[in-house]
Design a protein around this ligand. Structure first.
Ligand SMILES: *[C@@H]1O[C@H](CO)[C@@H](O)[C@H](O)[C@H]1NC(C)=O
Ligand SMILES: *[C@@H]1O[C@H](CO)[C@@H](O)[C@H](O)[C@H]1NC(C)=O
Ligand SMILES: *[C@@H]1O[C@H](CO)[C@@H](O)[C@H](O)[C@H]1NC(C)=O
Ligand SMILES: *[C@@H]1O[C@H](CO)[C@@H](O)[C@H](O)[C@H]1NC(C)=O
Length: 407
């Protein structure tokens, strides 16, 4: 997928990289060399094991770099799992041959609940990119069940079923999972974790949804932001507890397990809620979590230091393959939100400041990535080189109003 005459482009990118990252130029050069090698061979660099966490690549912004540059950046960081909020063909094309694993999304649930539309969508947005781009999961809807759109709630399961059937019909179901991501707000009770239950008014949707996920062997995906619990009650929620810093922990009298961080308690509350509906057979994964590096004056805790601590500590735990107290043998699986600060997101200032990177490729804070940068990029053969189109994503409601969590 590489044009042959791109050497001058690479030199320009290296020069640009030096400008961005002169403080760590030797590491940067190493990254660039590795990226060059891997790009030229069309394979992923095998120099180091891929990082275990993935990343959300949101695009609600008008100043993001071209996907080919993003591909270089992610390969230099050794990130090999990415989630999109749509099925942007420019991104899927730019990552062809990289080995990066993609979760793509479709929020048009009413439309997808029709078998013909689901089939047409899969034929147009999934099939043509396989196997060069590794699409492994399609997410239908984002936080629909904690929202207010009744039509979307009713269409959620039919849309998942129709998209799954389309994957079966096209012979792709062994490569591509179907799931949905929900906010932790679908829980009526989350503390102690062993007492986790789903909201009673959602049971009519939740029961058949869980039955379907179990039948497919697909995970249940949740978006969980301990930041929101802290922001809502900074006086009663312990900052070390939400940031994975040393703290006495919270004892769950239902299991006698001790929780030293809120994220794991939220995950185990979802396991308990699923078990209360008869399901011990579905894995919980985190489709979004993160911490903003800045916010409005009334958004307590939104600082660079807290964001670096939250994401850095989480990444260490994920790298160690740690499980939750209730599922110690199931490594916590996380997609961090988000890759870039997104300047066109609505809402409070924190919404535009979840990125690990500014749009120019400079990291917002040091996460121990070393000399991260935009790797060498090249126009792809298929002509997405110049357009830097703002991509329309379906609304991402990351607003999680978490019930006050008392230690
Ligand atoms: C990248 O953007 C950030 C935020 O706007 C800015 O502080 C930084 O100086 C920029 N870096 C470069 C190399 O332009
Ligand atoms: C429904 O989905 C199909 C397949 O992707 C698409 O062609 C069509 O435009 C969609 N309809 C609406 C109303 O969005
Ligand atoms: C689908 O999900 C199951 C259960 O989590 C997992 O074992 C499998 O690897 C997934 N398949 C793909 C293609 O991601
Ligand atoms: C928790 O520990 C206490 C004290 O050892 C014991 O009485 C209780 O039965 C235990 N509860 C569970 C659920 O194991």
């Amino acid at each position: 997928m590489r044009a042959r005459d791109d050497a001058p482009m690479e030199r320009r990118m290296i020069a640009a990289g030096r400008r961005f990252f002169d403080s760590s130029s030797s590491l940067l050069l190493l990254c660039l060399l590795l990226s060059l090698l891997s790009a030229n061979n069309g394979i992923v660099s095998a120099a180091t094991a891929p990082l275990k966490f993935g990343i959300n690549y949101g695009q609600i912004a008008n100043n993001l770099p071209h996907p080919a540059q993003v591909s270089g950046l992610l390969r230099s960081l050794n990130v090999n799992r990415v989630k999109l909020y749509d099925a942007d063909p420019a991104v899927l094309t730019a990552f062809a041959g990289t080995g990066v694993e993609f979760t793509i999304s479709n929020g048009d649930l009413l439309n997808m609940s029709d078998a013909r539309n689901a089939r047409a969508w899969v034929a147009q947005n999934v099939q043509p990119f396989l196997p060069d781009t590794r699409i492994t999961c399609v997410i239908l809807g984002n936080e629909v069940l904690s929202g207010t759109d009744a039509s979307a709630m009713q269409s959620l399961l039919p849309a998942m079923q129709a998209v799954h059937q389309a994957l079966v019909d096209l012979g792709l179901d062994d490569q591509v999972n179907v799931s949905t991501s929900q906010s932790v707000n679908v829980l009526a009770s989350s503390y102690p974790p062993s007492a986790g239950t789903f909201r009673e008014d959602l049971a009519q949707y939740m029961r058949p949804l869980l039955d379907f996920l179990a039948e497919l062997g697909s995970p249940f995906l949740i978006n969980a932001y301990p930041f929101f619990a802290y922001k809502a009650s900074p006086g009663s929620v312990s900052l070390p507890y939400v940031l994975f810093e040393p703290n006495p922990g919270a004892h769950d009298p239902g299991t006698n397990l001790t929780y030293d961080n809120m994220l794991y308690a939220q995950i185990d509350a979802v396991y308990a809620a699923m078990e209360a509906m008869g399901h011990k057979d579905i894995a919980v994964r985190i489709s979004e979590t993160g911490w903003p590096s800045a916010g409005d004056a009334d958004e307590v805790g939104a600082t660079v230091q807290n964001a670096a601590t939250y994401n850095g500590n989480l990444m260490k735990r994920v790298a160690a393959g740690q499980g939750t107290p209730l599922r110690p043998d199931v490594p916590v699986d996380v997609l961090v939100f988000a890759l870039f600060n997104e300047n066109m997101k609505q809402g409070q200032a924190s919404e535009r400041n979840y990125g690990l990177f500014y749009p120019n490729g400079t990291s917002v804070y040091d996460l121990g990535f070393g000399g991260a940068s935009f790797g060498p990029s090249s126009p792809t053969a298929s002509g997405f080189s110049s357009s830097s189109k703002p991509t329309i994503s379906f609304p991402v409601g990351v607003v999680v109003l978490f019930a006050a969590f008392l230690l």
